[in-house]
Design a protein around this ligand. Structure first.
Ligand code: NAP
Ligand code: ZN
Ligand code: ZN
Length: 348
């Protein structure tokens, strides 16, 4: 393997800085990838700053990876050198429990291995993510990419894409359903595109009215300023399903009041502090609060293929890796349209 270099957080307080490390040679069913693009997920920021309390340093973040295969193990059948491969939030699992056998590796009974800041099942090292020049992964945990899509704009599909596609499919967003998307950020704008593409009446709920025109362009049938009580009241009791992607702590009651009887709000955003909720707002309409996490390998491939057929990718601002700290600050100010993607040629 060529030496690995990337950008790492050395602790919860410092900026990301250049970092050299090494990766193993690919094993029989593994591939080595030269990373071309890596998306910048809000989870990278939560993790770099230890907001969930489980961070390990030095940490090279990044789990929205698109790259070119530079080597393939002798038993690898899915990829050959020169082909494009994509890697998302998990890179391994036990591979034999019931969820793994169903292709729901993200629900592995023994816990999936995360792309960074996790103990690697093969060599015991700490995984280093995609803000780097290369990656080594078992081909089961890598995906093929439809050839008609722009590769920089594909990268965010590997986390933001599957994290919104999966719950919208599971809760059957489609014709005849009124679906709300909370937050127009990286996840939110993909949720908006998918809900619209699946045929649901899609409403973007946002705290930033300046995003209204963009939301309409991206597929929203309506846009509601969630801080405007009168505007929210007009939609009370009308939603079948709401997907909450907000990254910062927020009250759930204003959104619960939008649900129809038996409606569901599914949380995918992971703010530093957990929500508290008034049970009265649930019992009044037999509402459900649910959660969802990324998706398994087959569903991630299904999502990528769906995007290929329907020409769906993320709206991206491509940055050199030297701008990653600025990108983190801008993401916190909700100043991103709608996903930063690092062009890894800037590392050279
Ligand atoms: P992002 O690009 O920063 O977008 C977050 C959006 O949340 C913002 O653009 C903003 O949209 C909205 N928001 C922020 N503060 C809010 C508040 N107080 N009330 C309501 N809305 C608020 O972040 P992201 O990359 O999409 O990630 C979103 C969250 O999902 C993060 O917590 C991340 O860790 C988590 N995540 C979870 C999974 C999973 O598997 N469950 C996977 C990936 C990421 P507006 O300006 O439109 O209001
Ligand atoms: Zn992510
Ligand atoms: Zn398993």
């Amino acid at each position: 393997m060529p030496p690995s270099k990337g950008y790492a957080a050395l602790d919860a307080k410092s900026s990301l800085a250049p970092h050299n490390f090494s990766r193993r040679e690919p094993g029989p069913t593994e591939i080595a990838v030269e990373i071309l693009y890596c998306g910048v997920c809000h989870s990278d920021l939560h993790m770099a700053r230890n907001e969930w309390g489980n961070s390990i340093y030095p940490m090279v973040p990044g789990h929205e990876i698109v790259g070119r295969v530079i080597a393939a193990g002798k038993s690898a059948t899915k990829f050959k050198p020169g082909e494009i491969a994509a890697i998302g939030v998990i890179i391994d699992s036990c591979r034999h429990c019931a969820p793994c056998n169903r292709g729901e590796e993200h629900f592995c009974a023994e816990g999936p291995t995360l792309t960074y800041a996790a103990k690697d099942r093969v060599d015991g090292s700490i995984t280093m993510g995609g803000y780097a020049n290369n990656y080594v992964v078992d081909e089961r945990f890598a995906h093929t990419v439809p050839t008609n899509l722009d590769l920089a704009a594909v990268a965010p599909l590997l986390c933001a894409g599957i994290t919104t596609y999966s719950p919208l499919r599971h809760w059957k967003a489609g014709p005849g359903k009124k679906v709300g998307i909370v937050g127009l950020g990286g996840l939110g704008h993909m949720g908006l595109k998918f809900a619209h593409s699946f045929g649901a009446h899609t409403v973007q709920l946002t705290t930033s009215l300046k995003k209204k025109d963009d939301a309409i362009k991206l597929g929203a049938d309506e846009v509601v300023l969630s801080t405007d009580e009168a505007a929210m009241k007009k939609h009370a009791g009308t939603f079948d399903f709401i997907l909450d992607t907000a990254s910062a702590p927020h009250a759930l009651e204003p959104y619960l009041s939008l649900l129809k009887q038996d409606g569901t709000i599914t949380l995918v955003g992971l703010p530093e502090k957990p929500p508290s909720v008034s049970v009265f707002s649930l019992i009044a309409r037999r509402a459900s609060i649910a959660g969802s996490m990324i998706g398994g390998m087959p569903e991630t491939q299904e999502m990528l293929d769906y995007c290929g057929r329907n020409d769906i990718t993320a709206e991206v601002e491509v940055i050199p890796i030297q701008k990653i700290n600025e990108a983190f600050e801008r993401m916190l100010k909700q100043d991103v349209k709608y996903r930063f993607v690092i062009d890894m040629s800037s590392l050279k």
